[in-house]
Design a protein around this ligand. Structure first.
Ligand SMILES: *[C@@H]1O[C@H](CO)[C@@H](O)[C@H](O)[C@H]1NC(C)=O
Ligand SMILES: *[C@@H]1O[C@H](CO)[C@@H](O)[C@H](O)[C@H]1NC(C)=O
Ligand SMILES: *[C@@H]1O[C@H](CO)[C@@H](O)[C@H](O)[C@H]1NC(C)=O
Length: 292
């Protein structure tokens, strides 16, 4: 009797609100702390749609098709400021972008799309974040090297077979892997800049820049896209010209000091040598036996 009344209430609720769930699917992604992640809605919003995002049952973002109602984090739910300004919504698709992700963002993200055609769909995204010690993360995100050296940017084992992987240098596409296909430098600017100095590992997606130049300094961004997720990772690379490479190494300084000392000693030895010879010849000149 009780169950029946619950069912009737639910049915009346559905009638009243016209909400029917037509798709519930689960997707999971595993990313590294510091990455940014896009959770794709895979829809193009139209005027009537209302898209809501929940994290562990708290509403964290909402966007209506006519853009009349957009909120993220604390604007959507008074009191729970968890993401601060790290959440963004794509206005065309309603996809949610979580920037600079942290360990505590792990959990279930629920997407609800309510359209005026009385249907609603739901999707659950499970997000797992791997902690990376701050020092190690800094090592991955920021690299400084000398002109002429090589550098490899390795995404680790996050690539799945069907993912599309794209590398950008300062927002220009430089390399791409799609299925079995891979491309390096398809436009003239990239060819001009890197010539044959880029290498792409098809299996891992890692990018190597050989014989680096100071003009290779900048932001190297990696995008890994699957149907439901996009992972964004940044690497900042500085290449220092050989002549500006600072001498801050103590052993180098020690060598310089030793070098100066040796030089001074050599000069002194030379002077002493000259003085001795002069002195000797002076003595022999003054030798009375010579006068005779
Ligand atoms: C990312 O967040 C960490 C702390 O969680 C912070 O130290 C770091 O500066 C942030 N990075 C960016 C690029 O905002
Ligand atoms: C969110 O849910 C997950 C899984 O149930 C849990 O591990 C995590 O601690 C929750 N996070 C918050 C902030 O409530
Ligand atoms: C790339 O971006 C960095 C940082 O914004 C900048 O210093 C550098 O000049 C840019 N390089 C090129 C070739 O645009």
């Amino acid at each position: 009797m009780k169950l029946r009344s619950v069912l009737i209430t639910a049915f009346l609720f559905l009638l009243e609100y016209g909400v029917f769930v037509d798709d519930i699917s689960g997707e999971s992604v595993s990313v590294m702390e510091g990455d940014s992640v896009t959770l794709n809605t895979n829809v193009k919003t139209n005027q009537q749609e209302n898209i809501k995002w929940f994290f562990n049952d708290t509403r964290i973002a909402q966007i209506t098709g006519d853009l009349s109602n957009i909120c993220t984090d604390v604007q959507c739910n008074e009191g729970t400021e968890r993401f601060r300004d790290r959440l963004k919504l794509d206005h065309q698709t309603g996809s949610l972008i979580i920037m600079n992700i942290t360990i505590t963002d792990s959990g279930l993200y629920q997407l609800q799309i309510i359209s005026s055609s009385s249907s609603s769909s739901e999707k659950i995204f499970s997000v797992t974040i791997h902690g990376v010690p701050a020092a190690e993360r800094d090592e991955i995100q920021r690299k400084t090297l000398k002109e002429g050296e090589s550098v490899t940017l390795d995404p680790g084992d996050i690539k799945n077979k069907d993912d599309v992987m794209v590398w950008y240098f300062n927002d220009s596409l430089i390399a791409e892997i799609t299925g079995d296909q891979s491309k390096i430098c398809t436009d003239d600017e990239c060819k001009e800049r890197f010539r044959d100095r880029l290498k792409l590992d098809h299996q891992t997606g890692s990018l190597t820049i050989t014989n680096t130049r100071t003009t290779d300094s900048g932001d190297y961004k990696l995008l890994i896209s699957s149907r439901n997720f996009i992972i964004h990772r940044h690497h900042s690379i500085s290449i220092i010209s050989e002549k500006n490479f600072s001498v801050n190494d103590r052993s180098v300084l020690l060598f310089v000091i030793i070098g100066i000392c040796v030089a001074v000693l050599l000069v002194l030895a030379g002077l002493i040598g000259i003085w001795c010879r002069r002195h000797k010849s002076g003595i022999s000149k003054n030798n009375p036996s010579d006068v005779l």
